[in-house]
Structure formats: C-alpha cells, structure tokens
Design a protein around this ligand. Sequence first.
Ligand SMILES: Cc1ncc(C[n+]2csc(CCOP(=O)(O)OP(=O)(O)O)c2C)c(N)n1
Length: 464
Amino acid sequence: MTVSLRHQDMANALRFLAADAVQKANSGHPGMPMGMADVATVLFTRFLKFKASNPKWLNRDRFVLSNGHGSMLLYSLLHLTGYEDFTLDELKNFRQLGSRTAGHPEYGHGAGIETTTGPLGQGVANAVGMALAERMLAERFGSDIVDHYTYVIAGDGCLMEGISHEAASFAGHLGLGKLIVLFDDNGISIDGSTDLAVNDDQLMRFEACGWDVSFCDGHDPDAISATINAAIENQDKPSLVACKTTIGFGSPNKAGTAAIHGAPLGNDEITATRESLNWPHPAFEIPEAIGSAWRRVGSMKSAKMEAWRKRLNESERKEEFERVISGTLPENWEAPLRNFKLKHSTEKTKVATRKASQETLDVLAEVIPELAGGSADLTGSNLTKAKSQKPITPSDFSGSYIHYGVREHGMAAAMNGIVLHGGFIPYGGTFLIFTDYCRPSIRLSALMKQRVIYVMTHDSIGLG
Ligand SMILES: Cc1ncc(C[n+]2csc(CCOP(=O)(O)OP(=O)(O)O)c2C)c(N)n1
C-alpha cells in the first residue's frame, strides 16, 4: 500500500479535528471519524459531486452519515471543504448548547447536513428514499437534469438494526444502482467486539437482498478508490462496500478498542497520537497547504454545476422542475377539490372515511403530479392508490405509486429520504396501530419538519 503524503495529511486533518473537538467538549465519539477518515477523504476528493458554496444544488450527490454519533467526521468535512455554516468556531463549540455542531447531525442546523441521524440505521433507510427519488425524478425530467449518486457511511450498529433489513431488501428489489453504502467494518461497538452479539456475514446478507457487494482495506486509498469505482460501474444493483478499518486509527493505546468509540482520548493519548501520525500541529490548526487542498475539493465541481445549470436553463421543463423542487403546489390545484367537496356536500354522500380519502386522492393525484403515494402492503385496505397512479417497478420508475411491501418502518424512513431529496410529496399508508412500527421515523419527520403524509387508517379491534 502506498499512501501519498497529501492523502495522509488530508485524512489526518479530519482525524485531529474530530479528536480535538471531542477532547475540548469532553464528550463525543472520536473513534469512528478517526477510523473512517481515509474512506471519507477518498470519497470527497475523488468521487463526491458537490459544491460547498451551493449546498442545495439539486443534482449534487447525496452524502448521508448514518452512524450519526461520528458526527465530527461530517462537521470536519463540511468545515474543511468550505461550507459557510461550519466555521472553525462551530467546530470548537462542538456539543455546546445552540451550536450547529450538536453532536449528532441535525437537519436544519446547517446547510450540508442532508438528514438527521443518530438513531442508528435511519440514515441507510433515508438514503434508499433519496436514491428512489433520484430515479423517479430522472424519469420525469430526464437524466441530463437529474443524475446523481447517493452515498452512505454506516457502521455495525446501523447494520444490526432491523430497519437495515427493510431498507436493504427494498433497495435490492428495486435495483437502486446509484446507492452506495460504505460500511465501516471495524468490528467494534460500545460493549466491545461486535462478536459479543452478532456474527452475520453482512456481505452475504446484502447479496441475498440483491446487492452488489465488495470489500477493501479501509486505510488504503487506492484500494478504496478502486472498489468505489467498481460499485459506480455496476448500475443495476445497489452496492455495499465493506471497508475494513481500525476504530480510532492512529491512537497507539486505544485504536481497535471500544475505549475510543465514545470517549475523549485524553491529553496524553492525543499527544501520543500526534506523534504516531506525525501531526505536530496544535489543536484546530490546519496548515495552509492542507487547508487549501481541502477547500479546492469543495469548489472543484463548479464546471459540472455550471454545465448542469445551462442544461436546465435550456430545458422546456425548467419551470415545472423548479416548481416541484421548491415544494410549491401547481396553480389552480384547489379548483377540482372545491368542486368535489361541493358535489358531496350537496349530495350528502354516505361513504366510509378511507373511501372518502381515496376519492379525494383521485382528485388530487390528477392535479398534483408530485404526490408519490404508497402503502406497506395494505393498498386495498388503506385505499391509498389513486386511479391515475401507475406503480413503480424495478424496470419502470415513471409512475407515482410505491408498493413498499410489509416494511412499515422502511416505508416511513424512505419517505423521509424522498422528501429530503426534493421533487415529491410522499404519502404512505398502513393501519393506525402500526404507527408503532414506524414511530422512530415519524418522530424524525416531525423533528425535521418535513412534508411527509401518513395515511393511518382503521384498525381491527382484535389486532394485538
Ligand atoms: C437506535 C439506536 N440505538 C442505540 C444507539 C446508541 N449507540 C450509539 S453508537 C452505538 C454503537 C454503534 O456501534 P458501531 O456502529 O459499530 O459504531 P463504532 O463503534 O464503529 O463507532 C450505540 C449502541 C443509537 N444511537 N441508536
């Protein structure tokens, strides 16, 4: 393995911002950022399409940090690449009340955070929704306007959570080939070695769900790069790349142990780590050459963004595209609904409420094409499918109705991803009682203040 000095320096900048911020706050998780710094450096410097000065560029690649406890990795990346919300002062205020760097990525705390993560596994499932939204939007507006990847970093904890199964199974079924999950395969969680509790062969598990799977040495930049390249080339299936890493890489006495998962290194160990990684710089001081190399990464996709803007300006669908992305409803969407209401109030129609809901959807789906409906296998009971809606299938993403299967939690988390991606108003149904199965994601829809519509219809008295 040959590691260029530049790569090493750039990765070490991430490592020390994380270790020093956690040390200063006397709280946080340095292990994951130190372990995944090489993978993140390769992803951002060689692959990720983004522009720090335009965090909302619709055609940017999405980057989701699903193991949100490693938030300092994300905050450091956003700072170093030049996102204006993530100043050095914000990093120094890690985990302090009112800071943007709350401790787990919180959507809305600063531009650049794509979704709120912290509850493990949610990010993976959000990313499935984002990748699905990308395919659906590309189908509607053309791949010259919508064409991006969705990358995720996820840890053992994310993959142990049940929601990862629903997400993996659903993404594999749909063949979401532009979804790439980089698994921080470090074999450590809080209690110690992961084999205290789990011995799944994650590659076989994902392969069984229809994914393309591979692995690499997560500290060898060229190996990481080659594996991501192969994942990109395979567009038929989502990809899981197991990156073999050492948690807390660089710490002489704590690397590879649970001791570095969620506690500051301590002053002596940070000093020892500085020596072992040959990083003599004081806390929060990044040498100019390394800082400017990172800032260049944040602006190097300018030409791509300009070319995209030109294509959009020339598109006859520009206005409609901008409307759906902004979340503005079409003009006159209310008129048919008003007539519908008038008719039923005049006729004093007697109808079950869920049937009334379906008939309302029939009216709305005709005039609001960005409505993206679905149900967790209760379409005929929840009555969520409007007459005009065509189902999404693995070979046809032009429709607007999603058969989520019996995956309530995955559905709710995917809807969060769809709405965060932009371009759609997702709604999904199940029985009211099964809000229990969706609750962590419903909570996040609410926390993130997102326009996700839950159609929770009737329950059976005898159900549980
Ligand atoms: C749903 C949920 N359960 C529990 C936690 C608490 N928690 C945070 S990190 C973690 C261990 C995660 O292990 P891993 O993904 O291997 O992280 P690493 O040790 O590699 O940083 C746990 C249990 C959480 N954040 N979310």
